[in-house]
Design a protein around this ligand. Sequence first.
Ligand code: UDP
Length: 327
Amino acid sequence: MKQVLVTGGAGFIGSHLTEALLARGDAVTVVDDQSTGTFDNLAAVRDHPRLKCIEGDIGDPKLAARLAADAEHVYHLAAAVGVALVARQPKETIERNIHPTELLLDALVERCRSGDSVKFFLASTSEVYGKNPKATFHEEDDLIFGSTTRARWSYGASKAIDEFLALACHRQYGLPVVIGRFFNVVGPRQSGAYGMVLPRFVDAALAGRPLTVHDDGRQTRCFAHVRDVIVAVTQLMEAPDAEGRVFNIGSDQPVSIVELAQRVIAATGSAASVEYQSYADAYDADFEDIRRRVPDLTRLQQTIPHRNHYDLDAIIRAVIDAKTKQP
Ligand code: UDP
């Protein structure tokens, strides 16, 4: 039985990870300040004898040190969430992305140097590629950010600092770290409140409201089901070859946002229409979007025996079912 710490474990991805870790027999401590997550996401496992939930800020040095002292594996998912929130609160985004990572890594490096067996997973993001114009993003590609006057890039840049820090701890002190760059993870429990497109489209279609597509809707994304992503994350943490490395995690099947809207309308059988909105109206006048975002999954597939089980239609179905099922 492993002692595992999941920061941000009450969030959308963190709650699915927590369920999977409990199911395989780990003892899991979740720390979450419920800023964007909620312990309601853990309702299915709330009374599990191997689950401990702590409401608190992992940016609190005492709490971070205490929780890092007991864990063998740390999955660090607590972070600022969503492009819309980043546009509104860039200062908090930068601080919340960097400071807790530093605290956890400091504590784990100390333990590693004194001979303890510890391992760290950093949840990073495809945003670190910035506006790289390549058709597919490979882990060794350059990071291409826009100007510091455009707040969006603070998200990717601050997660890139986290990656640099984790890799430095690996190189300098031998701390086993694994970095996963998530590409548009979706699924049950994801909230539309922070700008994420799929839950927003499903909510609108179910309510018969127009689905709001930004710009011309021809920007593309690859959507991955959270369960597929969690399988990849947990396998990477067990793979010795993954240590000290960065991995793209997600789907490599692109879809345009307007096609996504049409597929959600078809799957719900809704009479809702599609309406268009400029980026300036949706976010702010400085907003820059990423037109195309597709991961190169070669490294992931060479390291673990991973294959996604959910295609886009199955993902849309799963999100609709979760929103329409009776409590
Ligand atoms: N988007 C949209 N309507 C919405 C929310 C998002 O058209 O209600 C667009 C958004 O501008 C972006 C894409 O959908 O081009 C994906 O947005 P999301 O915030 O889900 O993810 P990210 O931008 O981080 O890829």
